[in-house]
Write a protein that binds this ligand. Structure first.
Ligand code: ADP
Length: 590
């Protein structure tokens, strides 16, 4: 009797081995090594296994790179269902030797012919053992041994699950099993042996100890590996934080700074030693303290804050425009314990934006005077030509006048946007009939187009409270857009209706339409949908931005319904005058 730690992979092995396995994993390890070695040495491998073990074995072998299907096709890998074969070997619960000879013996003998090497894995004995048919199991071991001694050209590997011994605790039987085999593969036979066979007893104890130690070593190695991985991840993270161009700061929920990277030192002027441990208000201008309270309230609810633009104060007292992204920091249990804040310096961009706005404001202001005087002179000239009856010059002048009109609208839009941003756009509030205004505007815009009929299909008399000119500006914008973006069609439909205390005006065209993904963007400043065919339309992309702003300042709502290629309907709704005034005691301070 000898212990066989890893010779199972030896080719042309001629042994009768036994393994007592504690878990399917250890069985599979040994079993797959055993079969793998056989297949490598071109031996024929018989696997008398349960379906479950056979499937796991196939998986394991495939994982190890063995082409099981090919081996099966070559007749080198033969699986025989242990449960089924066993039932055929038994007669009234007793093992029939001649059945064994016929069903198992003949097949094996045939396979060993011509000096062929054979490898067999068998767990029929284990199945019998588990069914408490101890005698039958021993008998089967003996039959295997007879065959083994007769042919002497195969190796046989039997495996028993240890738990079947735990229950029976039958030491004598256990020792008998071992004695039926030439080698036993030790994988932890624990304290099963308590009988007089001292040698086996000692081996078992030693083996048990070795197994325990090996398991511990493996566990420690795994813990160390994991530690190394998390250490590396931490190290990498620390390197990223340190080298980031953005300031990265963490703080507790009470606002105490807990970390401060190099970029934060650069941006705010405080060193990490100066900042860590201090309250975050160190860099917040006092008038913005309420903003910080709101941020913390959001964080407590687990909400992230992204690209929030605000102002912070540096150590030298100067202000810096920043864009903040703040996320809650949680402990292992998921509890929010603080916040991590990334601050990006956006002062350069803000400065550029300010300069751009200033430029637009100044340029449009400067353009306004010459255009007004151009318009004045055109009117003067028009009257003179009318007097002299110079029809041709008059026609040219009318076209000139229309272009000056467009220029006036563009400049006035630019001026509106500048004023709007500064909160300086003035509104002259009055009660007026919206249907009148719509009618009047339609007539004016109709005068500028020969291609489209502007049709007022539904109307109601309804008064609103607001700035007539500004609402007129919105209507002009919607009507001119409807004409501009519907080339090749010939009508635009306008409707006025009253709905739940609001008056709704809609402008429908049958033009190019707007794709769903752009329907919100068109209300942004300077946004124009670019057509895939590169078609461009004149404009600055600010009309709708201004229009929405004006409508919202009247407690109204402007939106679009559209499908690409099928036209668009822009609608705005405003509260009826009685509701608008009823809502507020004072006229709105616009
Ligand atoms: P623009 O001066 O470019 O017309 P607007 O702010 O009025 O600026 O409109 C923004 C964009 O919305 C336009 O550039 C166009 O792409 C799209 N748009 C506006 N109205 C319509 C419409 N009736 N049909 C299709 N697209 C439209």
């Amino acid at each position: 009797m000898a212990i066989l730690p890893d010779h199972i992979s030896t080719p042309a092995l001629k042994e009768h081995l036994v393994q007592f396995y504690a878990s399917d994993v250890s069985l599979l390890n040994v079993m797959s090594t055993f079969i793998n070695a056989g297949l490598n040495a071109n031996e024929t491998c018989f696997i008398f296994a349960t379906q479950a073990h056979h499937e796991s074995l196939q998986e394991q072998l495939t994982e190890n790179g063995v082409d099981v299907l090919a081996a099966q096709t070559r007749g080198k890998y033969i699986w025989l269902d242990a449960t089924e074969i066993l039932s055929r070997l038994l007669l009234d619960g007793m093992l029939e030797p001649e059945r064994f000879a016929r069903i198992v013996g003949d097949v094996i003998e045939q396979a060993t012919r011509g000096q062929q090497q054979v490898r067999i894995f068998g767990e029929m004995v284990a199945l019998l053992w588990q069914q408490r048919k101890f005698d039958a199991a021993m008998r089967l071991e003996e039959l295997w041994n007879d065959l083994y001694h007769r042919l002497h050209s195969f190796s046989l590997f039997c495996a028993y699950p240890m738990h079947s011994f735990d229950e029976q605790a039958n030491n004598t039987e256990f020792v008998k099993i071992i004695q039926q085999h030439s080698h036993f593969i030790p994988t932890g036979i624990s304290s099963l042996l308590t009988g007089p066979n001292k040698q086996l007893h000692a081996i078992a104890r030693l083996q048990n100890k070795t197994d325990e130690l090996e398991a511990e070593i493996e566990q420690r190695a795994e813990v160390e590996r994991r530690l190394r991985v998390s250490e590396e991840a931490l190290f990498r993270l620390a390197a990223i934080v340190a080298s980031s161009d953005d300031a990265i700061v963490s703080k507790t929920l009470d606002g105490i700074i807990t970390s401060w990277n190099v970029a934060a030192e650069r941006l705010f002027g405080y060193s990490a030693e100066e900042a860590v441990g201090k309250h975050i208000t160190l860099i917040i201008p006092p008038e913005l303290y309420p903003e910080e309270e709101e941020i913390i309230a959001n964080l407590r609810q687990g909400k992230r804050i992204e690209h929030f633009e605000t102002v912070r104060v540096r150590k030298d007292g100067t202000f810096v425009d920043v864009s903040l992204s703040i996320s809650p920091v949680r402990d292992r249990s998921g509890k929010i314990i603080g916040a991590a804040k990334i601050a990006r310096d956006v002062s350069e961009r803000k400065d550029l934006e300010r300069r751009k706005d200033e430029f637009i404001g100044m340029a449009s202001h400067e353009l306004k005077t010459p255009i007004t005087s151009l318009k004045g002179f055109t009117h003067l000239l028009k009257r003179r030509l009318q007097k002299h009856g110079d029809e041709e010059s008059l026609r040219f002048l009318t076209r000139m006048d229309a272009q000056i009109g467009r220029l006036t609208n563009l400049v006035s839009d630019l001026l509106s946007i500048t004023k709007m941003q500064k909160g300086q756009l003035e509104y002259r509030m009055e009660v007026f009939d919206l249907a009148d205004l719509v009618q009047e505007t339609i007539e004016n815009v109709q005068g500028t187009t020969q291609t489209h009929d502007l049709l007022l299909q539904e109307t109601v008399a309804a008064s609103v409270y607001g700035d007539r000119d500004r609402i007129g500006q919105v209507l002009i914008n919607l009507l001119t857009n409807a004409i501009k973006y519907s080339e090749g069609t010939d009508r635009v439909i306008v409707r006025i209706a009253v709905h739940e205390g609001n008056i709704v005006v809609s402008v429908q065209d049958f033009g190019i339409g707007i794709a769903q993904e752009n329907q919100q963007k068109i209300f942004e400043q300077f946004y124009q949908v670019s057509e895939p065919d590169g078609a461009t339309y004149p404009g600055l992309g600010i009309g709708l931005y201004i229009s929405r702003n004006i409508i919202e300042r009247h407690q109204g709502y402007l939106h679009v319904q559209s499908r690409k290629g099928e036209g668009s309907t822009f609608s705005f709704q405003l509260p009826l005058a009685e509701n608008a005034r009823g809502k507020e005691e004072e006229p709105p301070a616009l």
